[in-house]
Design a protein around this ligand. Structure first.
Ligand code: CP
Length: 304
C-alpha cells in the first residue's frame, strides 16, 4: 500500500506500491462509471495549482475529488498573486492556511512539486513537472494496459514521438520497467534524449522495426512550437517517417492497442483513422484517469 504524504513521481516508487494503487483504482472505476458517489474525502479540500495549461489532468483531478466528496479549489495562476511575484512556497503556505488537504500542482520547472511538498502540510500530487515526471498519467496508462491485457509483465510498449520533452514517457518507462514490460522508444534522433537507454528502454529510429511484436503503441505529442528549434525538417516529413498510420498498425501489429496522453495532433502523431479506430483506447485512458486519481487521493488524503 502507498503510505507516503505526497505523490511526486514513479522513479522511486516500489512495484508493489504501483500495483497497490492500480488495484485500489478498480473499485474506484466501478463507482465512477456506475455514478455511485463516495464520501471518503468528505470534509476535505483538494486544490489544483496549475502553472501550465491542462484540459484532461486538471478536470480529472477535480472530478475525482468531488466524486470522493471533497471540496475543490482551483488557483487560476494567470489571474492570481503569482503574477505579482508571489513565490511557489508562499503560495503553498497560503493554501495551507486556507486548510487545503491536498495540492495538485503542474509546473514548468522539474522538481517544483518536491520543493512545494517540503514546505507545506498538505499532501502534494505532481500533475506534471517540466520534462521530469507525470506520475498519475503513467498510472492511468498502466491501469489501461492492465485492463486490456490482464498483466503488464511481458508486454512490449512502443513510444513514438517527442521522447525528449516527454514527462509521460519518463514516468512510464520507470514504471513499466519495474513491472516487467519491454519498452522501446522510436523517434528522430533529435527527439531522443541522451542517455534514455539507461532507463532500460531500447532506442530505434525506424518505426516499422519498432512496431514488430508491439502490444501497445503510444504516440507522444509533437509540439509544433518546437519546429522553430529545427528538431526535424517539417511536420509533413515527421508524419511520413514516424506517423502511426493504419498501414503501419494493421500491417505490423494489428492487435496492438493505440494510446496517447493527449492532446492529440491528428495527422501528425497519428491519423484520424487510427485515433478513432477500435484499437484506440485514448478516451478510455481519460475515464481511467479519474479512477486512478480517485485511488491516489483516497490513499493520500482519505488515509486508505
Ligand atoms: N495528458 C495530459 O496531461 O493532458 P492535459 O495537458 O490536457 O492535462
Amino acid at each position: 500500500m502507498y503510505k507516503k504524504k505526497d505523490l511526486l513521481g514513479l522513479k522511486d516508487m516500489a512495484a508493489e506500491e504501483i500495483i497497490g494503487i492500480l488495484d485500489h483504482a478498480k473499485g474506484m472505476k466501478e463507482a465512477f462509471v456506475e455514478g455511485r458517489q463516495l464520501n471518503s474525502l468528505s470534509g476535505k479540500c483538494v486544490t489544483t495549482l496549475f502553472y501550465e495549461n491542462s484540459t484532461r489532468t486538471r478536470n480529472s483531478f477535480e472530478t475525482a475529488a468531488r466524486f470522493l466528496g471533497a471540496r475543490t479549489m482551483s488557483v487560476a495562476v494567470a489571474t492570481s498573486s503569482v503574477q505579482k511575484g508571489e513565490s511557489l512556497i508562499d503560495t503553498g503556505k497560503t493554501l495551507d492556511a486556507l486548510r487545503t488537504d491536498a495540492i495538485v500542482i503542474r509546473h514548468s520547472m522539474a522538481g517544483a512539486p518536491d520543493l512545494l511538498a517540503a514546505n507545506v502540510r498538505a499532501s502534494v500530487i505532481n500533475a506534471g513537472d517540466g520534462m521530469n515526471e507525470h506520475p498519475t498519467q503513467s498510472l492511468l496508462d498502466l491501469y489501461t494496459m492492465r485492463e486490456k491485457f490482464g498483466s503488464i509483465k511481458g508486454l512490449k510498449v512502443v513510444f513514438v514521438g517527442d521522447v525528449k520533452h516527454s514527462r509521460v514517457a519518463r514516468s512510464n518507462i520507470w514504471a513499466l520497467t519495474k513491472l516487467g514490460a519491454e519498452t522501446v522508444v522510436v523517434a528522430p534522433y533529435t527527439l531522443i534524449p541522451k542517455g534514455i537507454e539507461e532507463l532500460g528502454c531500447e532506442v530505434l529510429c525506424d518505426i516499422e522495426e519498432a512496431l514488430i511484436g508491439a502490444n501497445v503503441v503510444m504516440g507522444l505529442r509533437i509540439q509544433r512550437e518546437r519546429q522553430k528549434a529545427g528538431l526535424f525538417p517539417s511536420i509533413a516529413e515527421y508524419n511520413a517517417e514516424f506517423g502511426i498510420t493504419s498501414e503501419r498498425l494493421y500491417g505490423i501489429c494489428e492487435n496492438a492497442i493505440v494510446m496517447h496522453p493527449g492532446p492529440v495532433n491528428r495527422g501528425v502523431e497519428l491519423t484520424s483513422e487510427v485515433a478513432d479506430s477500435g484499437n484506440s483506447v485514448i478516451n478510455e485512458q481519460v475515464t481511467n484517469g479519474v479512477a486512478v486519481r480517485m485511488a491516489v487521493m483516497d490513499m493520500l488524503v482519505g488515509g486508505r
